[in-house]
Design a protein. Structure first.
Length: 348
């Protein structure tokens, strides 16, 4: 028996992985297996090859071809949705209605309307609906947010973040990020989702308006964005995100300007320039642009999910963040269609 946040003994949470692709195998499963508060008792995987691989990692787990088979079997506590985005809404709806808590890879869903529907179901059934936000817990971003909130650069005036990826940046085992019917969108739903919640965490506020300029993988089809510039206007600051799958290199960099200094971020290090002081450099062992699973960054995410399940009083902050990300992304698409005009955040 483990102790929950209220100090009472509680059994481990029993869960099922929905989808057993690379992210499930290399990021989600290892974390749940090493965390004494969780047990993975089942896997839902339609691919026979991937189902056999899941059996090798989890020889005692129940392997199901689809979620309906899972829900018809013994009741568990949660599902962990590790599928491509187009399946998230349907899977999460079924799980919530069956009384399961839901832990889901980003994006929570591919549209703001879908996220709103899921939110309503989570509230109705009093279940946790939680989206992976692991980039917030990358050591370099943890330090950035800490320094900003410690007032080391004063009031933030501007944020500029750049995410460069090559055209070969795919998705999982099947390169699904380049198939719009599966991905539900392009780079803004992928890297954009992460960097939106980073901006929201830095600012500790929601933008007042949003503008976006978008380029598409196929110039004859306006569906799969592979380069996006997002502008967000806050009450006393502005933020710019440049996201591209057209670069010759993989790199993350940016700068946060305050009225008392700035922070320069460059993949595996950042430099604090505080007015009247010598620059301070912070180095980190893993570059932001290296790899895609970032297992170490996931530990705090899993702990936060368990905290929300255990304590209804802290429930909902992650979902609120996900709704804000989804709202901004939907506004970006709408802004581009309107000639990249600024749209108020309450437009949706």
């Amino acid at each position: 028996m483990k102790t929950d946040n209220s100090g009472h003994d509680s059994p481990p949470l029993r869960g099922a992985l929905i989808g057993f692709g690379n992210v499930a195998e290399n990021a989600h499963l290892p974390l749940f297996q090493e965390n004494e508060h969780f047990i993975i008792d089942a896997v839902v995987e339609p691919s026979k090859e991937r189902a056999r691989r899941a059996e090798r990692f989890l020889p005692e787990a129940m392997i199901c071809p689809d979620i309906d088979h899972l829900l018809a079997e013994e009741k568990m506590d949660f599902v962990d949705i590790c599928t491509p985005p187009c399946f998230h809404e349907e899977l999460a709806l079924k799980a919530l209605r069956a009384g399961y808590h839901v832990f889901c890879e980003k994006p929570l869903a591919t549209s703001f309307d879908s996220v709103s529907r899921l939110t309503d179901e989570a509230v109705k059934h009093q279940r946790v609906l939680f989206t992976v936000n692991n980039w917030k817990y990358a050591p370099i971003w943890t330090k950035v947010i800490e320094l900003v909130h410690q007032d080391m650069i004063g009031q933030v005036q501007s944020i500029s973040l750049n995410v460069l990826r090559t055209p070969s940046s795919g998705g999982g085992l099947s390169d699904w990020r380049k198939i719009v019917e599966i991905a539900g969108g392009g780079i803004i739903l992928d890297h954009g989702w992460h960097h939106l919640y980073l901006v929201l965490s830095i600012m500790n506020a929601v933008p007042e308006s949003v503008s976006a300029k978008i380029k598409y993988l196929d110039e004859n089809r306006s569906d799969l964005d592979d380069e996006v510039d997002v502008l967000m206007q806050f009450k006393s600051a502005k933020a710019h995100l440049h996201l591209t799958w057209r670069s010759a290199e993989r790199r993350n960099f940016g700068i946060i300007e305050g009225d008392k200094g700035n922070l320069k971020i460059n993949d595996d290090h950042l430099v604090l320039h505080a007015r009247g002081q010598s620059p301070i450099r912070y180095d980190f062992p893993e570059a932001l642009s290296r790899g895609s699973h970032h297992t170490e960054w996931m530990k705090a995410v899993v702990d936060n999910f368990r905290r929300e399940v255990a304590d209804a009083n802290v429930r909902g902050s992650n979902l609120k963040e996900a709704k804000q990300c989804s709202r901004i992304i939907s506004l970006c698409y709408k802004s581009h269609q309107a000639g990249s005009s600024f749209l108020p955040i309450n437009e949706l």
